[in-house]
Design a protein around this ligand. Structure first.
Ligand code: C2E
Ligand code: CA
Ligand code: CA
Length: 580
């Protein structure tokens, strides 16, 4: 048969073949025929098999020699009755082709499903000369499909299930629980310490930690439970049970104990503090979304309590969580446009001797149209859970530069602003800040940056480098809230600081507590020796003022001298200058 003699069975049109030489066309045709992944069988008009390709033999198990000269009847299974074949041949004789699913038999007698297309081939007199059958083994297609789907639901790093698996399994499991009246525990696990490991040792070690945690969990989860890695070091377990919380809690405590170990990752040793949040069907929700939300809320509370524990969801936490989400949402909406609800308040710092203003701290205020006044203690903590704090801090600094620039140069007191620890680990922060000052034509020496000790903990070397660079440019650096937390003396020794602010918790009982007086006296002497300026925070009364002044404290801040106030009011105060 010559290729350019072929006539299509479906439309009876002559197949146009590129005018290649007969020899090349034959070789191409032969190669296409032999190497096609689909099985191909050519018969004559009487259905005698003339040619088969390699895929035919692979699928059916028959070699070419075993089928040539025979009819396709040797492939038939007993799955179809005579009427099936009659309809098939009727279609071929009227339309020139037929295609569909058909059960056939292999040489080893196994029956399998094919997708078969039979096309009649005509000569120029419109008589059928051949039939061309092309088929796929659907059991292989299905197997590939299953394998592909399995791969899609597998987490590459750990070999655990992934988010896709959770999304596809969760509705089935929930339906099963509904039907059989079973309880479902949705367990959200945070492995702990991934961020620190990534930052301190690099992503390679972060990946090793995740793999190690995954192994620990895999060993602790029973086969009928579903375990997936959701993202980073967050895992979810779906545990169906007829049993009580107490029984599940024992297993979860096992997770905590297993994960609270010291992992050896190549050449480094890492200790982790996991946290677990649990929600229960039907108690805490009846949809996948509600249950996951509830488990996440419970996890948030487990982490807030320092981790190393399992927290079950409860409704009170839920109300707090709704407010947290609301604040996050409203605040980010506020920052995405030109903020109209945010404003800067200024709280004076005074020289204790003269009671005159020597500086101020800028404090952010938010009066939300929906929530009313929201305390910074609340919304800053929420912003710090995400990158929202980066935008918030930068908005404050930019706004502060704009305001300070408007003050007459000779009357500008040193104004300090707060930055979160997260901000300091932003690679571009120093450039951004210097650029912001330049844009507002403001010298760095006009401002002071207040940082808390938490900014040094994760990466002290990086923090030191950043602070040194900014300090060289003239910016003053204050260590905030000293006296709470660890109050590590190492930071006082090593970090490039100008000022230390003593937290209110150290001085609030100074008039009645001898120990507070001893601590303050020693702190004052030590900071003097280290040539660091000291500011006492939270002075509320004349008696406190007198006592602290007598101890030698020089600069103070607190409600006694003035509450945080809008800029216009602060400017008026500046003109009077002497406070209280
Ligand atoms: P902070 O930096 O320690 O600020 C001092 C806080 O103590 C302010 O609370 C201030 O109003 C309050 N305070 C001042 N004097 C007294 C006093 O005599 N008695 C009492 N009881 N409190 C006094 P505020 O404004 O509610 O701010 C709370 C915290 O929110 C700040 O603590 C700071 O950590 C954070 N914050 C405020 N504004 C910003 C900001 O722009 N950026 C960042 N990152 N944090 C901010
Ligand atoms: Ca502060
Ligand atoms: Ca403070």
């Amino acid at each position: 048969m010559k290729m350019n003699e072929l006539h299509c069975g479906c439309c009876a049109a002559a197949l146009t073949v590129h005018p290649l030489t007969d020899c090349l066309a034959n070789r191409m045709c032969e190669s296409l025929f032999q190497h096609n992944a689909e099985g191909i069988m050519l018969t004559d008009a009487a259905a005698i098999i003339l040619r088969v390709n390699q895929a035919f033999s692979c699928i059916t198990g028959f070699t070419a020699a075993e089928v040539l000269g025979k009819t396709p009847a040797i492939l038939r299974s007993s799955h179809h009755d005579a009427s099936f074949y009659q309809q098939m041949w009727a279609a071929i004789s009227t339309t020139g082709s037929w295609q569909g699913r058909i059960w056939n038999r292999r040489k080893d007698n196994s029956v399998y499903q094919q997708w078969l297309k039979i096309t009649a081939i005509y000569n120029e007199q419109k008589q059928i000369t051949h039939y061309l059958s092309v088929f796929q083994d659907l059991s292989i297609v299905r197997l590939h499909d299953q394998q592909r789907r399995k791969l899609l639901t597998l987490d590459n790093l750990t070999g655990l299930g992934n988010r896709e698996l959770l999304v596809s399994r969760f509705p089935q499991i929930l339906a099963q629980c509904r039907a059989l009246n079973l309880m479902l525990h949705v367990v959200w696990i945070d492995g702990g310490q991934l961020t620190q490991v990534n930052q301190q040792h690099g992503l390679k070690y972060g990946d090793l930690l995740i793999k190690a945690q995954a192994q620990t969990l895999k060993a602790a989860v029973s086969p009928e439970q579903t375990l997936v890695r959701l993202y980073a070091d967050d895992y979810v377990v779906l545990a169906v049970s007829a049993c009580t919380d107490a029984a599940v809690e024992t297993q979860l405590q096992g997770f905590i104990d297993g994960l609270s170990q010291s992992y050896l990752l190549d050449d480094i040793q890492v200790s982790t503090t996991p946290a677990i949040g649990v929600a229960r069907y039907p108690l805490d929700g009846d949809s996948e979304e509600l249950l996951l939300q509830a488990a996440e809320t419970a996890l948030f509370h487990a982490k807030k309590q320092g981790g190393g524990r399992v927290c079950f969801y409860n409704a009170r936490q839920a109300a707090a969580s709704v407010r947290r989400h609301q604040i996050k949402h409203l605040l980010s909406a506020e920052l995405s446009a030109v903020p109209s609800e945010l404003s800067l308040y200024f709280q004076a710092k005074v020289v204790m001797q003269s009671r005159k203003i020597c500086g101020a701290e800028v404090l952010l205020r938010w009066c939300s149209a929906q929530l009313g006044w929201v305390s910074p203690a609340e919304f800053i903590a929420i912003a710090e859970e995400s990158r929202l704090i980066i935008h918030l801090d930068r908005w404050v600094i930019n706004e502060l530069c704009r305001v300070v620039q408007l003050l007459p140069e000779q009357r500008r007191p040193l104004i300090s602003f707060n930055v979160s620890a997260r901000q300091l680990s932003e690679a571009d922060f120093a450039d951004w800040l210097l650029n912001c000052l330049q844009r507002h034509n403001l010298p760095a020496a006009a401002l002071e940056m207040e940082v808390t000790e938490s900014a040094f903990i994760d990466n002290p070397a990086q923090a030191m480098q950043l602070l040194s660079r900014l300090r060289q440019q003239g910016l003053r650096i204050a260590l905030d809230d000293f006296g709470t937390g660890y109050s590590s003396l190492v930071y006082l020794k090593n970090m490039p600081l100008d000022t230390v602010k003593i937290d209110r918790s150290v001085i609030f009982d100074v008039t009645s507590n001898y120990k507070s007086q001893c601590i303050l006296k020693r702190l004052h002497a030590m900071l003097q020796d280290l040539q660091l300026a000291m500011v006492v925070e939270g002075v509320e009364t004349e008696v406190q003022h007198q006592l602290l002044h007598n101890m030698g404290c020089e600069v103070a801040q607190g409600f006694f001298y003035g509450k945080p106030m809008p800029v216009e009011q602060f400017c008026q105060l500046l003109q009077g200058s002497r406070l209280c």
